[in-house]
Structure formats: structure tokens, C-alpha cells
Write a protein that binds this ligand. Sequence first.
Ligand code: SF4
Length: 355
Amino acid sequence: MKPSLMDYTQKELMQMIKPSFRVKQIFGWMYHQYASDFDAMKNIPKSMKAELSEKFVVNPLTIVNKEESSDGTIKYLLQMQDGKTMEAVWLKMKEEEIDCDGELVHEARYTICVSTQVGCKVGCSFCLTAKGGFTRDLTAGEIVAQVVTLKKDNEHKHNRKINIVYMGMGEPLDNLDNLAKAIQIFKEDDGLCIGAKRQTVSTSGLSTKIDKLGEMDLGVHIAISLHAVDDELRSELIPMNKAHNINSIIEAVKRFPIDTRKRVMFEYLVIKDKNDDLGSAKKLVKLLHGIKAKVNLIFFNPYEGTEYDRPSRKDMIAFQEYLVNHGLLCTIRDSKGMDISAACGQLKEKTEGEI
Ligand code: SF4
């Protein structure tokens, strides 16, 4: 497997490729024109392209499959050079708005959900990705290329804003070095120029790694997949809770450098008769006391073979009302892509065997 040019920051490429202005041109081809290979780079000398193509690939991903939902969510199955596959999701967060004079009020807003590993070691009991075990970490270039590939496929211009959530397959903090590198590459002014504030790292709660990410001071947001308010249930849902219990996560969040204008997102996957009662809501309020938090309630999305059920809308709303009445900001996440394979790992599971 050759390294990808997307594995490197501009500075690193400038140390490897001379003269430096060629790196700026190559960056433009990769991140502004979304060139997938060296052939497309018209103003790069043939001899240089031949030399580079012996050592590197440009975009290491190809689209194997995609499913589009009626709400605009597009789920992609992407293949890497070694034939392994992973998923990335294009999410439409807000429709374009045009006023009565035909003027654009704001553009449609999109978020890309990216994967950081093939499979996952965490082994959450509600997750399809976990069932396949862990295969390998993604390289920084494979993380970066997901955004490039999806922007290209959706003809989303390089200078249009996009948000990134590290919430696809894998535990991002279990691949911290490559994650940190990808965050830096996304931020490059001559590249995609996606600021840290537009990037959210979602973790299942590796508390020691939350501290490490905080020490790196990259400026990204964090989201915590909490899902339960007592260690017994959380250990059933997320086995590694035994090593990183709820208390250790809450303490790590309190130490994390957070932009004062922002809130830490706590994801709470609501499962019928498991954690959808008001007793759990009460404990959640107590647990998050003193943290500038926002809670995102997510309907559990059943898949074939799961033992868990989707909660009722009534219970979900009662849970939300309890949190709001006790001073917490709380949203219920629309189940985007309900008509496609929206739970992580579903499209991969469905497609494997077909490719
Ligand atoms: S939910 Fe996320 S952290 Fe848990 S097993 Fe699945 S991919 Fe890993």
C-alpha cells in the first residue's frame, strides 16, 4: 500500500518535494479541484508526476456503494488500497434559504461523518460495527480523503463551509496520532481550510485519551457517547466502561480545554426500557451539574439481530422535557437516513459479499 499525499501536511510535503511552489500547486489540485490521481494535475511536469506516482497515490479511496435517503443523507461505502472498506456519511443539516426577493439568505449546510478505523475495539453491544471486530486504524490520509471524496461527489466547492464529526466507524481516540494529524491537515489554509471549531471528535469515553487530546490543544470540540447514567448499564452497553467509568469521563471532560462559547455534547442513545425512564433523566441532570453541556437524545435505530428496541416518541419527549425543565440544553436528533442503512456498520454489512 503506497502512502497518500493526503497523509502529509503542506510543510511535510515541502520537505519531500522540491521546489516548494509545486507543493502549493499539488495542494490546489488535491483540495480545490479534488484531483484523484496525478494525471489530472495539468501544470505539474510529466517527469515529476511519474516520479511521485512511483512513491505515492493521491486519493487512496474509491466509492464502492452509496445509499441516498429521502432527507438528503447519503451513506457511502469507501474502499481503500488494501481492499478494506469503511463508511462515511454526507448529512444535510439545513436547507438552503431564499427570501421573497429571491436573495440567498443562507446556503444549505452540510456535515460529514467520518470513520477513523476499520471496525472497532470498543465493542458496544448496540453497534453493528463492533460485531465485525477490529481490523485496522485508518491512516491520516484515509481520514482526510473521506471528506475530499464526499465533497467531490456532491460537487461541494472547496471554499464552501462544512462541518466534520468523527463519529463513523471506530473510536477516534483509539487512533489518536492519525486523528490529530488529519485535524491539522483539514485546517491547512491552502487546503480544505476547515477550522478546528468545525470539527467534533466523538468518543465512547476513553478518559485518559480525552486528557491527551486536551493536552494537544487542537481547538476541536468533543462529544461524549454517554448513553447511560450508571456504570452497570453503561458497562453492558460499552464494555470498556469497566476501565473508563462514568466518573473518570466526567472528570476528564471537566479538564478538557473548551471554548467558553461552546458546550460539550453528550450523546445519549435512548433504548426502550433500558435508559428511557425519568429516573435516568434525573441522574443525568445530577451527573452533568457544573458542565456546560448539551444533551443529544438519539432514538435507537434497530437493526436485524439486535436485542434492543426503539423507544416511544412519548417517552423521548418526556425525557427531554425533564432535562430542559432542569436547565439542560437538550435536542432530540432526527433519525437521519431512517430509510437507508443509517446505523454505523449497516451499509458495510449489507455490501460485503457483493464486492
Ligand atoms: S458505537 Fe462507536 S465506539 Fe462503539 S463499537 Fe461502534 S464504532 Fe466502536
